[in-house]
Ligand binder design. Structure first.
Ligand code: PLP
Length: 375
């Protein structure tokens, strides 16, 4: 089966990890710092603080932003649950804003959700396609809110030639195995704000600062959210090939775009002018008539070796959130979940693989085209 996404590890990655495993130092140290410097250089930001996952990074970002009990955060429901979960663990409340047909937060609806309790806007660059970050920043500035971007999908994505990570107060990337760049598990926050960077480093490592000789002092509450040295060296080795990865996914996505152009049973998500998407996912939005047999389409594609997946069940539809906040219905988000399928798009795929996926997908979709229902 061709998975919807997967990592790409070469011999150099392996050699580098082995080199570090054979060294005297395995936990956060010089390699982590080298990786963070390399991230800053690639993104074009002042500070990069790595974490053992993007989930830890989200908790850290929200914490140093001062988000606390009863605060409200405006965010997207079309995301992995961690984006909202980490507010909950601080006692804050996610306020979900509906999305657009591309799965990104609909910036036109943000302002009406702002209350005196709102502290931040947390958009998600779905599938790697940048959100309308300039418009979101304007709204945030007008209402004195922070913008914390969950860019777990969007390492390497750009707006007007500038990398995602240079636009918001803090930007989070995930280095999970299937994300654009991997350290196995891992994540990172980039920022230009020195105070945030210092606080993030404390939060990551027990809130302890070193003093002279044996003396250290714990000055804030912290965790152990550190990355290992061998994960960091893997990340730095991967970073050398990130543009190659992005290029390969772009070629596959462009091929799909061409094959699927003008199709009336589904639409695809196109990057906006003057932007670049990491193409972390290739989402297909089925026409509503096909959403009913989506389970059958999904199963048949998987049977035929096409590893499709669905991104995402709106966060508010999970039982945990229903218990906490009752039923939530956002029109476009609900429809998006009914209609979305992500087809394989990653750097380990050959052109033949992409052709196989496109052929199989079209064959299955056309087979179901007359069996749909409406809702
Ligand atoms: C993967 C992902 C996360 C969580 O990342 P981890 O590194 O697995 O903790 C958070 N948000 C989004 C949008 C993601 O896709």
């Amino acid at each position: 089966m061709i998975p919807y996404s997967r990592q790409s590890i070469n011999q150099e990655d392996i050699d580098e990890v082995i080199r570090v495993l054979q060294s005297s130092h395995l936990t956060q140290g010089a390699e982590v710092e080298l990786f963070e410097n390399a991230i800053c250089e690639y993104i074009g930001c002042r500070y990069a603080v790595t974490f053992n996952s993007a989930t830890s990074a989200l908790l850290a970002a929200y914490s140093v932003a001062g988000i606390k009990e009863d605060d409200e955060i405006i965010t997207s429901p079309i995301s992995f649950v961690a984006t909202s979960n980490m507010f909950i663990s601080l006692g804050a409340k996610p306020v979900w804003c509906d999305v657009k047909l591309d799965g990104n937060i609909d910036e036109r609806f943000i302002e009406r959700l702002i209350t005196p309790k709102t502290k931040a806007i947390v958009p998600v660059d779905f599938a790697g396609k940048p959100v309308e970050i300039q418009k979101i920043n304007e709204i945030a500035k007008k209402h004195d809110l922070l913008v914390i971007q969950d860019s777990s999908h969007a390492f390497g994505s750009e707006v007007e030639g500038k990398k995602i990570g240079t636009f918001s107060d803090m930007t989070i990337f995930s280095f999970h195995a299937i994300k654009p760049l991997t350290t196995g598990e891992g994540g990172c926050i980039v920022t230009d704000n020195e105070e945030f960077a210092q606080s993030l480093k404390l939060f990551r490592s027990h809130g302890i600062v070193k003093k002279q000789y044996w003396n250290s002092d714990m000055i804030a509450l912290g965790h152990n959210f550190r990355l290992t040295e061998f994960a960091a060296v893997l990340g730095r080795s991967q970073l050398k090939r990130i543009d190659e990865f992005l290029e390969k996914r772009e070629v596959i996505a462009n091929y799909y775009d061409e094959r699927f152009q003008g199709h009336n049973l589904f639409t695809t998500v196109k990057p906006d002018m003057n932007t670049r998407s990491s193409r972390h996912l290739y989402p297909i939005v089925l026409s509503p008539a096909l959403a009913c047999p989506k389970e059958n389409i999904f199963a048949e594609l998987q049977d035929k070796g096409v590893g499709v997946q669905v991104h995402y069940k709106p966060i508010y539809q999970n039982s945990f959130y229903k218990k906490m906040f009752g039923e939530t219905h956002l029109h476009v988000s609900d429809d998006f979940y009914r209609c979305e399928l992500s087809i394989p798009c990653h750097q380990e795929m050959s052109h033949e693989d992409a052709k196989f996926v496109a052929d199989t997908f079209l064959e299955v979709i056309e087979k179901y085209s007359y069996r749909g229902c409406s809702f």
